[in-house]
Design a protein around this ligand. Structure first.
Ligand code: GLU
Length: 424
């Protein structure tokens, strides 16, 4: 089976088709002329690389990786790198296009990019993971640079991987190029507040959306699907806002307690068992059953394509806040809309991560570290402004928050494309 057929026909549908549908709609909604719209839609650059890696037993595995730059009219490409056994070229293209829109919605001077390696990192030793990271970084190095394209962590990658990518590029150039990645550890030029910034942004959006939708935060029931880099801090943050997190799922199972899950006890359980499944102060439920749990706020915080039409038909939330990238399919969107369930879309809701990345990039370029409160104040201001602009646009156009956010983003990208003109 070819790379590109893998998504088609699967329950989550084809991610690139979904983004194309949304972007095409947005360009029309924003009144962008055909000649510019045709330039905004396709990815500028798709690089596929073979990534040969020596395993600890001496054998060589050849992995496939990608780096996609979707649009760089507003600035250098920006977007994470994911390591996952199901990554496809079309998924990376879709995620890169989402980054284009996301960076424009929060109005930071970046275009959209994304990278991925088709690999299961859970079966790699630390040394193998380092060799995969470094060889992949080398293979895509010609596309990267603080003014070209700046990777960051995404699914299954973290500050260790970013350190290796940064070091590999620095070795190739013969100087420290700290601005080539974000999500670095603090001693290597990372920023305060980058860890947890996506979850903070999701929390800001949840709070604002509940206020606007008349949902009282105190005691409101929340469900979090995913307990990784984004989901785990969210359970704490939502609880500290007064919400009751009644169910949490990860890849192995889920925990449900209508009285609310204790964030600290849950976190200790996961530290010991590597999963939320089996958490004693809860009823065990299937990982996909969390979508049906009675709640006010549903937060998908794992992979894309999970909120399909049938799942959306069973969901009882008043609002869905998308912490993951692409969790809702276009068919799922239509069902949620028919059922009057509001959706704060990924390109707004999870933008806190890339906003913090922008701050880190700016600090790396300045060679000057901002204090934690400066980062936090600016993150709150940027997210609140984007939320307000999206909400206003949705009201003005009489459309969903997703269509409004995409229209806002598409309009800004189109404006930059127009202003730059056409080379040559
Ligand atoms: N992976 C995150 C996202 O999907 C962050 C990307 C970045 O900071 O470049 O938004």
């Amino acid at each position: 089976m070819g790379t590109d057929e893998r998504d088609a026909g699967e329950p989550g549908g084809d991610a690139w088709d979904a983004v194309t549908e949304r972007l095409t709609d947005a360009l029309a909604l924003a009144g962008v002329e055909e000649a510019v719209a045709r330039r905004v839609l396709p990815p500028e650059r798709v690089l596929e690389v073979a990534v040969p890696v020596r395993l600890d037993d001496g054998t060589v595995e050849v992995l496939t990786g990608w780096r996609v730059q979707h649009d760089t009219s507003r600035g250098p490409g920006k977007g994470g790198i994911r390591f996952h056994p199901d990554v496809t070229s079309r998924e990376v293209m879709a995620l890169a296009a989402e980054m284009t829109v996301k960076c424009a919605v929060v109005d930071i001077p970046f275009g959209g990019a994304k990278g991925g390696v088709r690999v299961d990192p859970t079966v790699l030793s630390p040394a193998e993971l380092e060799r995969v990271s470094r060889r992949y970084a080398y293979d895509i190095a010609r596309l990267l640079g603080p003014d070209r394209d700046i990777p960051a962590p995404d699914v299954n990658t973290d500050e260790r991987v970013m350190s290796w990518v940064m070091d590999t590029i620095s070795m190739l150039e013969g100087r420290s190029v700290t601005g080539v990645v974000t999500g670095k550890p603090l001693p290597l030029g990372g920023s305060y507040g980058h860890v947890g910034a996506t979850s903070t942004g999701v929390t800001i959006c949840t709070k604002a959306a509940c206020a606007r939708l008349g949902i009282d935060l105190a005691g409101a029931r929340a469900v979090v699907q995913g307990y990784g880099k984004v989901g785990a801090p969210l359970v704490y943050l939502l609880s500290s806002l007064g919400l009751r997190v009644v169910a949490v799922a990860d890849v192995h199972g889920a925990a449900y307690n209508p009285a609310g899950l204790d964030p600290a006890a849950l976190s200790e359980h996961v530290a010991r068992n590597d999963t939320v499944a089996g958490f004693p102060a809860a009823d065990p439920i299937g990982r996909d059953e969390v979508f049906e749990v009675a709640c006010d706020v549903l937060i998908p915080a794992a992979l894309g394509g999970v909120l399909t039409a049938p799942v959306a038909g069973r969901c009882s939330a008043k609002v869905v806040v998308e912490a993951a990238n692409g969790p809702t399919t276009p068919a799922g969107d239509r069902v949620l809309a028919e059922r009057g369930i509001a959706v704060v879309p990924d390109v707004l809701a999870n933008a806190g991560g890339v906003v913090a990345s922008y701050f880190e990039w700016a600090q790396s370029r300045q060679g000057y570290r901002w204090d934690p409160s400066t980062v936090s104040d600016r993150l709150h201001a940027t997210m609140s402004e984007a939320l307000e602009a999206t909400w206003q646009r949705a009201a003005a156009l009489g459309v969903s928050l997703r269509r409004a956010a995409f229209a806002l983003g598409a309009e800004r990208v189109a404006e930059a494309t127009r202003l730059r003109g056409l080379f040559p």
